[in-house]
Design a protein around this ligand. Structure first.
Ligand SMILES: *Cc1c(COP(=O)(O)O)cnc(C)c1O
Length: 412
C-alpha cells in the first residue's frame, strides 16, 4: 500500500468489514462495556496471561472499538502494532515514561511541539536528561549522543516553524548506534510520509489532528514499525522479556503506559476518529494544495516578511521535503513585516478561525509568540526561530480562492 495509491483509502474503507463484524455491519460498533465476561474461567485466566488472543478484560486496556482503530493506524504506518491513547500527549508521555529511567538520556530536536517541550521539563525533574539540538543537521545529533542515550526524538515537520530534521541521516545514525528512533508524524500523517521508511522504531501520531480531521475527538497512537531490536533495549521489564522480542516494546508501553497510567481512548472517540480517517488522504491532498497556493500568494505580498512552508523553493529543507513527503502538509507560518499589525490583520480575517489546534477541516490561525509559545519565554522562542510577528496557519478544506480573497482583504 503506497501512500499515494488508491489502496490507501480503499484499505481503510473496508478494514472493519474485512476483519468481520457481526450482522454485516460495515463499521466496528462502539463497544462501551468496561467489563468483558467469559463462560470459562480458563479463558479469563488466558486473557490475563496473554494466551487468549483478541480478547479483552477491562476497558482501560482497550476495547474492540479502540482495537479496530489501532489496526487501521498500524496498516497506515505499515507497522507491526499500535496502541491508542486518550490524546497525542498521552501517547508521547507513555513512550517517554515507560521506556526511560532516571539516569537515561534523550536527544531531541529543539523544534518540537510546545507541550512536548514542556514534558521534557518533567522528564528532567525525574532525572532523565534531554539534550535539545538543531536536528536539521545530523552532526548536531551525533555530537549530543552519550553512552546513556536511549532515544532520539524528532517531529517530521516542526510546528510552527516547519523545520524538517535530517530524517534519513538520523535514522542511519540511530541504526548504527542501536538507539531507538522515535518520530512524531502528526503534521505529515501516514498519508504524506511513513517514518518507517527512514528507520524509525516508534511512530507517534496525534489522532486529534488530521487523522480525525473533524476537530471533534482527541486521541493519540504509538506504532511499532518493527525496525527496532527490543532485545537490545536495556529498560524492558523482566515481565515482558519472555515474549516474542518484536512485541516487547509495545507490550511495555501498553501495560505500563495504558493500563497503569490510564490515559485510555474512549470507544466513542475511537469511532469518530475511525470515521474521520476514511477521508485522510483525500483531505490531506486538498489541504496541502491549498496551503501551497496560499503560501505562494503570501510570499509575493508586500506586507509579508517571510513564509515558512516546505514546498516553497526557499525553504531550507525543500529538496529533502520534496524527496520524502508526498506534499507539504496543511501547516505553514508567515511573518508580517510589521509585527504590530498582527492582531488587527487577524481580526479582519473572516474565514479562518482564530483558534489553537491543527489539522481541522476548517482553517485555523493563531499568533504564535503571545499564545502557544508564551509560557516558554523569549529565550526559547528566539532559539526556535519564532518571530514576534509569526502567524501559524492550519489550512482546512475551504477553497483556495476564498481564503486568498479573505487574506487580501485583511492585509490590504
Ligand atoms: C497536537 C500535537 C501533539 C499532541 O496531540 P494532542 O492530541 O493534542 O494531545 C503532539 N505532537 C504534535 C506534533 C502535535 O501537533
Amino acid at each position: 500500500m503506497n501512500e499515494d495509491s488508491p489502496e490507501f483509502t480503499t484499505s481503510l474503507l473496508h478494514a472493519d468489514r474485512r476483519a468481520g463484524v457481526e450482522h454485516g455491519s460495515i463499521h466496528k460498533p462502539i463497544h462501551t462495556a468496561v467489563q468483558f465476561g467469559f463462560e470459562r474461567t480458563e479463558d479469563l485466566i488466558g486473557v490475563f496471561q496473554g494466551t487468549l488472543k483478541n480478547a479483552y478484560s477491562y476497558g482501560r486496556q482497550g476495547t474492540p472499538t479502540s482495537a479496530a482503530l489501532e489496526a487501521k493506524v498500524t496498516m497506515l504506518e505499515q507497522g507491526i502494532g499500535s496502541i491508542c491513547f486518550g490524546t497525542g500527549m498521552a501517547a508521547l508521555s507513555a513512550v517517554f515514561l515507560t521506556l526511560l529511567k532516571a539516569g537515561d538520556h534523550v536527544v531531541s530536536s529543539r523544534y518540537v511541539f510546545g507541550n512536548t517541550n514542556s514534558l521534557f521539563g518533567t522528564l528532567g525533574d525525574l532525572g532523565i536528561g534531554v539534550s535539545k539540538v538543531d536536528a536539521c543537521a545530523v552532526d548536531k545529533v551525533r555530537e549530543a549522543l552519550r553512552p546513556n542515550t536511549r532515544m532520539v526524538f524528532v517531529e517530521t515537520i516542526a510546528n510552527p516553524g516547519t523545520q524538517i530534521p535530517d530524517l534519513e541521516a538520523i535514522g542511519m545514525l540511530c541504526r548504527e548506534r542501536g538507539i531507538l528512533y522515535v518520530v512524531d508524524n502528526t503534521i505529515t500523517s501516514p498519508a504524506l510520509f511513513r517514518p518507517k521508511s527512514v528507520g524509525a522504531g516508534l511512530v507517534v501520531n496525534s489522532l486529534t489532528k488530521t487523522i480525525g480531521g473533524h476537530g471533534a475527538a482527541l486521541g493519540g497512537a504509538v506504532t511499532d514499525t518493527g525496525e527496532f531490536d527490543w532485545q537490545a533495549y536495556p529498560n524492558i521489564s523482566p515481565s515482558y522479556r519472555g515474549m516474542d522480542p518484536r512485541q516487547q516494546g509495545l507490550q511495555q508501553i501498553k501495560k505500563k503506559g495504558l493500563r497503569d497510567m490510564g490515559a485510555s481512548l474512549s470507544p466513542e472517540q475511537a469511532h469518530r476518529i475511525s470515521l474521520g480517517s476514511e477521508t485522510l488522504s483525500l483531505r490531506v491532498a486538498q489541504t496541502s494544495a491549498t496551503a501551497l497556493t496560499l503560501a505562494r500568494y503570501l510570499q509575493a505580498h508586500p506586507a509579508i516578511g517571510a513564509v515558512h512552508y516546505p514546498m516553497l523553493e526557499n525553504h531550507p529543507q525543500h529538496t529533502m521535503a520534496k524527496r520524502l513527503f508526498k506534499s507539504g502538509s496543511w501547516l505553514f507560518g508567515f511573518e508580517l513585516r510589521d509585527s504590530t499589525r498582527m492582531v488587527a490583520v487577524l481580526d479582519r480575517l473572516q474565514l479562518p478561525i482564530k483558534a489553537t489546534g491543527l489539522g481541522d477541516n476548517r482553517t485555523l490561525v493563531i499568533p504564535v509568540a503571545p499564545t502557544i509559545f508564551w509560557e516558554s519565554g523569549a529565550a526559547v522562542r528566539a532559539e526556535m526561530g519564532i518571530a514576534d510577528g509569526l502567524v501559524r496557519v492550519s489550512v482546512g478544506l475551504e477553497s483556495a480562492d476564498a481564503l486568498m480573497a479573505d487574506f487580501e482583504r485583511a492585509l490590504g
